[in-house]
Design a binder for this molecule. Sequence first.
Ligand SMILES: [Mg+2]
Length: 398
Amino acid sequence: MFIDLDHFKDVNDVLGHSVGDLLLQEAATRLLAALREGDLLARVGGDEFVAMLPGIESAQNASVIATKILDTLKTPFFINEEEILVSASIGICCYPQDGQDVESLLRNADTAMYEAKSAGRGTWRCYSRAMTVAARRHMELLYALRQAIDHGELSVVYQPKYDARTEKLSGFEALLRWEHPKFGAVNTHEFITVAEQGGVIDDLDYWVLKQVCEQISDWRRNGLSPPTIAVNVSAATLHDRDFVTTVSQTLQEQKIAKDWIQLELTETALLPSFDRPDSALNQIRALGLGISIDDFGTGYSSLSYLRKLPVTELKIDASFVRDIATDRDAATIAETIFAMARSLELNVVAEGVETAEQLAFLRNLGPLQIQGFYFSKPLSARDTQILLADIARNAVNN
Ligand SMILES: [Mg+2]
């Protein structure tokens, strides 16, 4: 059993190493108490423990003890009068089926532990062969992704947004694509997750922002006037110390006006800093950039924080739009989100619109933009340029 305390680094960083050390001792005492007589517990690294449990026949049986360990950690720790909450992620593997020697057993328990971390921490996972396959792919993708920018494998596509009533083009969302010589076109959700976990997501976000700014400059030099283009920003990038500077410099370099670009962030990215006046978000808003909440309704949506956030737009998640015309509950949620957004004077975008029925329903709600395959799939930069040129030509002819 590989046991790793969750977010232990935060304890060291915030409360100091001496508190961290005492916490480790306390945690070790509790771990030992949760084990059986004859089990062996070892501390193998900073906040990593390994437990050896002889005589257990299946990983499922070990999970009973894993659950006991997680439970015993749930009671808050009191160290130097500080109340500290700790959880752990546990990976389980079994001799002989999951490994024939110490090295492979440790490695596979470690792999299972990472699965527990990815599943949201504070839980256990039993090792399976598929985890090694997935971990290997993850590692290969991350390695390839680190070079993807330099190797010219990334590109940006533009997902059009339309005004639901006039059906006129009203904006774009810039989306990242990756075409690798060996892996082919890698699913965006997959490689974004790899980039987030591997700590390279900020490089990708900044690259897209720069790319879009250069593209807008280029189009404008050629007499085209693209509507506002939204650029996705991940939580890690928002919390990068240089975020505000990097954004404002990139905009300045290409002389981008503040309404040519807006940023899209998910609710979970926005939450931690929502009431700090000096937050990166407030600084971005002070630059005049619009801020959109992506996938709205899937996170911890709450009115109280929505009111305090410096946001300008809200995107109704595609999962609500999907059943809007057929399911009363989905329709009610969409109506409620819309009403709430309007009362806070936010723009609304409905994502994932695919049918005429969905469009008709949304159009009835009131003024909003829609995005989805019903009108258009994401377009390459070249096709976007053709679309913009068409619109410009029609405007002249009319
Ligand atoms: Mg988005």
